[in-house]
Design a protein around this ligand. Structure first.
Ligand SMILES: O=P(O)(O)O[C@H]1O[C@H](CO)[C@@H](O)[C@H]1O
Ligand SMILES: O=c1cc[nH]c(=O)[nH]1
Length: 234
């Protein structure tokens, strides 16, 4: 057990899916895993372990934002030996061609800062997905016929962003969408030699103003879970 995770040794699988929303963790575990059992509920951050097609899998909430994700991912890696960490998150579309409900595979993530920023100082580290997971996820998305984009995304420190100029600069440079965790996930995976990928579903759009309600953000993103599980065991 750690400060933030109540699971006993052996109760966390080597493959961990990480939604920001703990209720999405519950929904995904109940929908996709066999014999899913609750292994963590400290602070209401739900984690479940079960099997998918015979493979052990944990689905654990990360909370919102990089400081929260950093706590869980550090403990999952260092205390429980997680090897493959795949974020399954929602994101805001930043390009016309990226539509609500489309899937985005994050090849890399821009950020203004991350919890790891203090290590790098003047270096602009480039947090990058594991290529094997990225390739397998792309193939899984193609097989499912889901509209999918692969490219760079933005991991923001804020949900309510006042920097319209920054958003415009990123849009000009092809950034696909905004969310709040991937840059730190990829940085921690690089530091510890683990595999990481973010599979995102567009829940709202910065250009059109479309937005899905919270119940759909919790429960309707099955394609990205299927893509993440298929990629993990490809
Ligand atoms: O739906 P999740 O996975 O939480 O991801 C996105 O949603 C939250 C903001 O509403 C942030 O955590 C952002 O990254
Ligand atoms: O962080 C996020 C997630 C979804 N939509 C946004 O605009 N931002």
């Amino acid at each position: 057990m750690t400060v933030h995770i109540g699971a006993k040794p052996g109760e966390i699988a080597e493959t961990v899916l990480l939604p920001g929303d703990p209720y999405r963790a519950r929904w995904a575990a109940e929908t996709f895993l066999t014999d899913a059992r609750l292994v963590n509920e400290v602070r209401g951050m739900l984690g479940y372990t079960g099997t998918w097609r015979g493979h052990p899998v944990t689905i654990h909430g990360s909370g919102m934002g990089m400081p929260s994700l950093s706590i869980y991912v550090n403990e999952l890696i260092r205390d429980y030996g997680a090897q493959t960490l795949i974020r399954i998150g929602s994101a805001g579309g930043m390009q016309d061609r990226v539509k609500v409900r489309d899937v985005v595979l994050a090849m890399s993530a821009c950020s203004l800062s991350t919890p790891s920023r203090g290590i790098f100082r003047e270096l602009n580290f480039a947090p990058t997905a594991d290529f094997g997971l990225l390739k397998a996820a792309w193939q899984a998305a193609e097989a499912l016929g889901v509209p999918t984009h692969a490219g760079q995304i933005y991991s923001s420190d804020v949900f309510y962003d006042e920097r319209d100029d920054l958003q415009a600069a990123m849009q000009r440079h092809g950034v696909l969408c905004v969310e709040m965790e991937t840059a730190e996930l990829y940085t921690l995976a690089a530091r510890h030699g683990r595999r990481a990928l973010s599979v995102l579903t567009i829940s709202d759009h910065l250009l059109t103003g479309e937005a899905l309600p919270s119940d759909q953000r919790e429960r309707s993103f099955g394609d990205m879970v299927e893509i993440a599980l298929t990629a993990a065991f490809a």
